[in-house]
Write a protein that binds this ligand. Structure first.
Ligand SMILES: [Fe+2]
Ligand SMILES: [Fe+2]
Length: 203
C-alpha cells in the first residue's frame, strides 16, 4: 500500500471533504493563508507545550510531544520564511472560529484521563483537517515551491495525527477512544458545514 493510500484510509475519516472552492479562493489570498497558517503552527506548538505541562508525570506523553513542539516550531519558521521570500507581511493573528467551535465540544469535567482524551482527540482532528487542506493546496495551487512545501507539511501533520490517536489509546480504553472519536468527527463536519468558506483562513 502506498503512503497516500494508507493515509487516506487512516485519515480521511473526516466526514466532510473541504469545499473545492476553498482552494481557489485560498490561492488568490495566499498571503492571508500563509499568515493564518503561521499562527496555526504556533498554536500547534503551544498546545503541545500545554499538554506537557499539564501531564508532566506521563513520561511517554512528555517524551512523544517534546519533539513535536520542535517540529511545529520548525514549521512556523518555514512558513515565516515563505512570507519573507515573497515580501509579504507577517500580520496579526486572526480570530480562529474553527478552533473556538471545536473547543466548545470538549467535555468539561470527567476524570483526568477523560480530559486528556478530549485534548488529544481535538488535536488529532485539527491535524487531520490541516493535512487534508495541505493536500489540496499541494495539488492545486500553481506556485511550485508552495506545492512542494505543502506536500512535505501534509506528511508531517499526518504523522502527528497518528501520534495523537495512539497516545489517546495508550491512556484510555481504545474502545472508548473510538466511540468518542466518531462523535468528534460528526461534530467537526457539522462545524465546517456551518462555516463560511473563506480564503483567508486555513480552516
Ligand atoms: Fe505543523
Ligand atoms: Fe502538526
Amino acid at each position: 500500500m502506498t503512503w497516500e493510500e494508507s493515509t487516506r484510509q487512516k485519515m480521511l475519516h473526516l466526514k466532510l471533504p473541504t469545499d473545492p472552492r476553498w482552494v481557489e479562493i485560498a490561492e488568490m489570498q495566499i498571503e492571508d493563508i500563509l499568515v493564518d497558517h503561521a499562527y496555526c503552527e504556533q498554536k500547534a506548538a503551544s498546545s503541545c507545550i500545554s499538554l506537557i505541562l499539564r501531564f508532566n508525570d506521563l513520561d511517554e506523553l512528555v517524551d512523544t510531544l517534546t519533539p513535536i513542539v520542535a517540529e511545529e516550531w520548525g514549521h512556523f519558521e518555514r512558513v515565516l520564511e515563505q512570507l519573507r521570500k515573497r515580501r509579504m507581511k507577517f500580520g496579526f493573528p486572526r480570530k480562529d472560529e474553527y478552533v473556538t467551535k471545536l473547543n466548545e465540544f470538549v467535555k468539561k469535567g470527567g476524570n483526568r484521563w477523560q480530559q486528556l482524551t478530549e485534548q488529544l482527540l481535538m488535536n488529532a482532528l485539527i491535524e487531520a483537517r490541516s493535512c487534508e487542506r495541505f493536500k489540496l493546496l499541494s495539488k492545486n495551487i500553481r506556485d511550485e515551491e508552495l506545492q512542494k512545501f505543502y506536500y512535505e507539511l501534509m506528511i508531517s501533520e499526518a504523522g502527528h495525527f497518528v501520534t495523537f490517536i495512539e497516545l489517546a489509546k495508550k491512556y484510555q480504553d481504545p474502545d472508548k477512544v473510538n466511540v468518542r472519536w466518531r462523535e468528534w468527527l460528526v461534530y467537526e463536519a457539522e462545524v465546517l458545514k456551518n462555516m463560511e468558506i473563506r480564503g483567508d483562513r486555513m480552516h
